[in-house]
Ligand binder design. Structure first.
Ligand SMILES: *Cc1c(COP(=O)(O)O)cnc(C)c1O
Length: 418
């Protein structure tokens, strides 16, 4: 394309500036982002909020170094899984006392689903998304095998009909709120209602929605949920996951991985397991306190914010990105729904040289990621990604494609983590 034919950028930049000026949720100044980088991978690893490094330093040098074992009481390390859980609960529509933080999402999923299947009665079917994140499929398959249940993976559009068809044979319905690859949002209220119509519990994985799309778990009567905290919640690499257990299920749900941290009286040190009466029964072993305290400090950046406002900002930014991309780089195969109600907080594009495009964009200061076989994901965390960033990213896509910088094949020169 000649320069003369190139769509004008200035009007888009002006519109972005106007939208950013009217946007009340942007808090980029509270993140330690490097200059000159447009960071569109907060759906994989959230950026570092200011204050986290100091909190970790305090946890190591003062709490651990000086306080030593006394900090379990003095700093209330023991209750940190529930304390931090309640703060996440606020962001996903859960009243206090229904979350614990600890373990990884994979482990939380195994615990949540395994516990639910112990209450399955004669029911034998677990309905899930055939295109789910791999760990979700692996874990659910194993949990089904162990319980003698059958995993029924379905396409999104068949989910509700499948639940109805299996009716009273459904033991558990387990879906992700947002498809990690396409960015498509699943119908949490509708599918939760469909599961409840056949009296089956529902388990939602909120990895790609917590902190950016309201889940309103209590309002919809969701039974169980899990999610990770290192994506939009900015808890840092390997930050512990959360497990939500609706209060009406607490007394009947049994932890399939019972450990002393979830015991009714952990320090009675008795020989037999007796579950804690509350959500603490979802705990297993000693939590990763340093990561938990890093996460706790990271959550400060959400103080005073309403997730509904973040959702509005996110949709505005992804909407502008889609429009700008259409104008500047027409013809790209966007796999994320354009209907706002059907998308999470990312935009995904299929391209035969997707990996080459990810690398070319990184060289131009735009951080995205690649998902096999041919998807580029642009994640938009409205806490620190602006409308201006969205326009800049679309312009860099145009420029990288125009200059033919995306020559790497999808299997070429790829590191372990993409
Ligand atoms: C990111 C993600 C995970 C990650 O699981 P870990 O156990 O934390 O590695 C699991 N499920 C979904 C849907 C995810 O998006």
């Amino acid at each position: 394309m000649d320069d003369a034919d190139r769509p004008a950028l200035a009007p888009w930049q002006q519109r972005a500036a106007d939208l950013d000026a009217a946007c009340a949720v942007g808090r980029r100044e509270r993140f330690a982002l490097p200059d000159g980088v447009v960071y569109l991978d907060g759906n994989s690893l959230g950026a570092l909020p200011l204050g986290v490094a100091e909190a970790v330093q305090d946890a190591v040098l003062r709490q651990w170094g000086q306080g030593l074992v006394g900090s379990w009481n003095a700093e209330d390390w023991w209750s940190a899984p529930q304390r931090v859980g309640d703060r996440i609960g606020h962001l996903i529509g859960a009243a206090p006392g229904q979350l614990v933080v600890g373990d990884s999402t994979s482990v939380c999923l195994a615990k949540a689903a395994g516990g639910a299947l112990r209450e399955r009665g004669g029911r034998s079917v677990v309905v899930t998304d055939a295109a789910s994140f791999p760990t979700d499929l692996y874990v659910l398959q194993q949990v089904c095998d162990d319980a003698g249940a059958r995993l029924v993976p379905v396409a999104q559009d068949e989910a509700e009909a499948t639940i109805r068809a299996h009716g009273q044979d459904v033991a558990l319905v387990a879906f992700s709120h947002v498809d990690y690859r396409t960015g498509r949002l699943w119908d949490l209220p509708g599918l939760t209602a469909a599961a409840h119509d056949v009296e089956a519990p529902v388990l939602w994985d909120l990895c790609h929605s917590a902190g950016v799309v309201a889940a309103d778990l209590d309002a919809h009567g969701v039974d169980l949920a899990v999610g990770c905290t290192y994506k939009y919640l900015n808890g840092g690499p390997g930050a512990p996951a959360f497990l939500y257990l609706n209060a009406r299920r607490t007394s009947s749900w049994r932890n399939p991985l019972p450990g002393w941290n979830g015991h009714a009286e952990p320090f009675a040190m008795g020989p037999a397991y007796r579950p804690h009466p509350g959500v603490a029964r979802a705990r297993t072993g000693t939590p990763t306190i340093l990561s938990l305290l890093a996460l706790e400090a990271a959550l400060d950046v959400y103080d005073g914010l309403d997730v509904a406002d973040l959702r509005r900002a996110s949709l505005s930014i992804t909407g502008l990105f889609l429009e700008t991309l259409d104008a500047l780089a027409p013809g790209l195969d966007v796999v994320t729904p354009r209907e706002p109600d059907l998308r999470g907080s990312q935009v995904s594009v299929r391209h035969p040289r997707a990996w080459g495009l990810v690398r070319a964009l990184a060289d131009r200061g735009v951080v995205t990621d690649f998902r096999t076989p041919d998807v580029v994901r642009f994640g938009f965390a409205p806490l620190y990604v602006t409308h201006a960033d969205a326009v800049a990213a679309a312009e860099q896509v145009r420029a990288a494609l125009a200059a033919g910088e995306h020559e790497l094949r999808n299997d070429e020169d790829r590191p372990q983590v993409t």
